[in-house]
Design a protein around this ligand. Structure first.
Ligand code: ACM
Ligand code: ZN
Length: 760
């Protein structure tokens, strides 16, 4: 009787368990269609592979690569046979007539049945590899039964890498291609030339790499610190290297789109061949990041040179597209060059923008004549798009929208979502980056099809791509950190049908996926575990609230048992409950934890409660609309590196602030924060005057000199006030005069950047 009862209970338990706890399919990008079934396939050393209909022998190659992967990571190989024993576990691969990215993967009983050819089979194996790893015990893989029918949402699923600002060796370029292929992406946009280094050997013009591949130093720290080292830096890929990488990419079903920048970003080329510029030079390979006035001059010898270069490039890269840059080309030199001005007249062009358009159109004709297509950054729209050109939309999606409406193909790569050189967490907890804020979930939520396009126009959106610019990415390990896991999120944007996307599932999968990445010693960014914080004034209570968030905590994507904890001196003192009212100074760390284990990095939070905190402040002249997000009385000092929305700024205008402390009290000190950064046209005030009052009518000037201290360009002006009683404080910070000759932005208005006002 007991046994029967137990059996019934057990069956009920199993039934509930199975219905509620279907096996997880941890595949990134998530497949187009997944039907999870009961049971599991045991893959081990005795599993055999059976290949059917592989007439052209393309699937044999994929099987060999799959077997190599098992050997590398688990130390055995699967037998390939057609003589099967009864009940033997097999992976049966039936070739499709035509090769596409699509595949079917049916895992059931003692058979894994795959239908695919070439790229599709590679994709099936990528899915299977992830399933194997997620379901491994010793060297047995218990893969949940499921039926997957899978294909790509978009045809251009790209990743870019800038090898000019920093150079990465051949082995890493191959590893980068491995990642692209692993995530079922298919385009590698290789940014081979820029101001800071020419990285591709061109036999006809050897000085491009003899001279153009080497610079005499690099920027260190952030651009706005304006510091350099003096180390010779460089490197390039020989044509043999390139052939090897192109062959490798073919094996991985990745097409390489090489980029040869023109007419701008040409300093490395001009340092080797100054005769191609508007002025005589000499030029140097740039040590500094940025945009430079010296660019290719559109004269006959320049076009001859570029055609020579492109001829060698076209011979090396079999893909249909050649990227010619086209972005950020200043027109200063062209305006003052007789060659350029004569050409404008001769071709009846309106201005220098039309000259840029003429430049690109001329190069396009050459590429088209050689059966290649031109793609360029969205500036190629200015002055008229070349006839067949495709556009890479980077300054938002507007360029892409305009191009699609003109029936041109588009790859979306807007800075807001697709620039993986941006921060992916709070800048205080991330390696130095150029700026921006593009966390994983923002990438995941990107939709390459803008709502402005109708169905017909949307067909011109080929897909999207993430760009990895490398000014701040010195090593290949750091490339991995900036690119991964955001690459996984973009892969799902581009592969998985939009109706199948699910951020919670993705966040769950990405966490187990981290252990898959460990197989490859990937230096992925675990930034999703980090805490973001916000201090906001509650308009009803007039008090400041601290709100902590974490994408896992907020999305319920976590395993059970997670929380945000507050720590003081590494000791947990409290669980976070939203929100925390801040009514005294506060210096703590916040960290995400799951099942008692702290994950990610501790987030330091400093709140300095003083007489000014939360008090009303008004300004005679409103701050610039570009820098009006900061709050001078929120108890928060601005961070380094600079986060713009922590500052208030005025251009060519004084800050005249009036502060009401609500009641009169004795004041001991007043602290003001200012920024100095001549590179960014930001100067300290030429004068600061403070007046205090009890009645808002009679004001007394504070006549002490400030003691001034500086950290990372942030200046603190500390005024010791000899216990004066006051309720009203007026502060005038006089903006510096127009920028002096010889300084960046000479003759322009200076900027005045102001941070926290603290009154004690
Ligand atoms: C770009 O980021 N200048 C294309
Ligand atoms: Zn010129």
């Amino acid at each position: 009787m007991k046994t029967i009862q137990f059996t019934i209970l057990f069956c009920i338990f199993m039934f509930i368990h199975k219905v509620n706890c279907k096996a997880q399919v941890n595949i990134i990008p998530y497949p187009a269609s997944v039907d999870i079934m009961h049971g599991a396939f045991k893959l081990d050393k005795s599993t055999s592979i059976v290949l059917i209909d592989d007439i052209l022998n393309i699937n044999q190659l994929e099987v060999e690569q799959f077997n190599l992967w098992i050997l590398q990571h688990y130390g055995f190989k699967l037998n390939q046979t057609n003589n099967l024993k009864d009940n033997q576990n097999i992976i049966q691969i039936r070739s499709e007539k035509t090769e596409t990215e699509k595949y079917e993967l049916n895992i059931q009983g003692n058979k894994i049945a795959i239908k695919a050819s070439g790229e599709g089979l590679k994709n099936a194996f990528e899915s299977l590899k992830q399933l194997m790893h997620a379901n491994k015990k010793e060297n047995v893989f218990s893969i949940p039964a499921c039926f997957i029918i899978d294909s790509a949402g978009f045809q251009w699923r790209g990743m870019h890498l800038d090898v000019s600002r920093h150079f990465y060796d051949k082995a890493f370029v191959k590893k980068y291609i491995d990642y692209i292929s692993m995530y079922k992406m298919n385009v590698f946009h290789w940014h081979l030339t820029d101001d800071q280094g020419w990285r591709i050997e061109i036999k006809k013009h050897p000085k491009l790499t003899e001279i153009g591949a080497w610079r005499k130093g690099s920027m260190i720290g952030h651009y706005n610190q304006h510091q350099f080292d003096t180390l010779r830096y460089g490197g390039f890929y020989t044509q043999d290297d390139i052939k090897e990488i192109v062959a490798y990419a073919k094996l991985k079903h990745v097409t390489i789109v090489p980029e040869i920048e023109m007419p701008g970003h040409a300093m490395a080329a001009l340092s080797a061949y100054p005769q191609l510029a508007c002025t005589s030079g000499p030029f140097e390979v740039e040590k500094q990041w940025g945009v430079f006035d010296d660019v290719f001059c559109p004269k006959p010898e320049t076009f001859q040179f570029l055609e020579d270069v492109l001829t060698e490039v076209m011979a090396l890269f079999p893909g249909e597209y050649i990227h010619v840059g086209g972005d950020e080309c200043p027109k200063e030199r062209w305006k003052n060059c007789s060659n350029c001005q004569n050409l404008i007249k001769k071709e009846a062009l309106k201005d220098e923008h039309e000259l840029q358009s003429y430049f690109i159109q001329r190069i396009e004709k050459f590429l088209n004549k050689n059966n290649k297509k031109l793609i360029g950054w969205d500036e190629i729209l200015e002055g008229g798009l070349a006839q067949n050109a495709a556009v890479m939309s980077w300054r938002g999606t507007e360029g892409g929208i305009a191009a699609a409406k003109q029936n041109h193909f588009v790859v979306m790569t807007p800075g807001t979502h697709c620039y993986f050189d941006h921060y992916q967490g709070h800048p205080t907890m991330e390696p130095l980056a150029i700026g921006g804020f593009t966390p994983l979930e923002k990438v995941y939520n990107f939709n390459p099809i803008p709502s402005e396009l109708n169905a017909l126009e949307s067909k011109y959106i080929l897909g999207a791509q993430a760009n990895v610019w490398t000014e701040y990415i010195n090593t290949s390990k750091e490339v991995e950190y900036f690119a991964i896991p955001r690459m996984a999120a973009l892969a799902e944007v581009l592969w998985t049908p939009i109706e199948n996307k699910n951020l919670t599932r993705f966040l769950n999968n990405i966490q187990s996926h981290f252990s898959y990445l460990d197989l490859y010693q990937t230096n992925y960014a675990p930034s999703i575990y980090n805490i973001n914080y916000e201090i906001k004034k509650d308009s009803l209570s007039n008090q400041f609230n601290l709100k902590l968030s974490n994408v896992l905590f907020d999305n319920n994507a976590q395993m059970p048992g997670d929380s945000i904890v507050l720590l003081k001196d590494n000791n947990k003192i409290e669980f976070y409950k939203s929100p925390i009212v801040l009514n005294k100074s506060f210096q703590l760390n916040a960290q995400y934890q799951r099942n008692n284990k702290l994950l990610g990095k501790a987030c330091p939070i400093v709140f300095s409660f003083n007489k000014a905190t939360g008090k009303n402040i008004s300004f005679k002249e409103a701050p610039s609309k570009f820098y009006n997000k900061g709050n001078l009385t929120d108890g928060q000092k601005a961070h380094f590196p600079r986060i713009n929305n922590e500052w208030l700024a005025w251009s060519g205008q004084n800050m005249e602030a009036s502060l009401n402390l609500n009641d009169a009290s004795f004041i001991e000190s007043i602290d003001l924060g200012f920024l100095k950064n001549e590179q960014d046209w930001i100067y300290l005030p030429s004068q600061v005057e403070i007046f205090i009052s009890l009645d808002n009518i009679h004001f007394v000037k504070v006549d002490t000199q400030p003691s001034i201290s500086e950290i990372n360009g942030k200046y603190n002006y500390h005024y010791a006030v000899n216990k004066l009683k006051a309720q009203y404080i007026n502060i005038t910070a006089t903006c510096a005069p127009n920028i002096a000759t010889g300084k960046p932005g000479e003759g322009e208005s200076a900027w005045l950047f102001v941070d926290e006002i603290e009154i004690k």
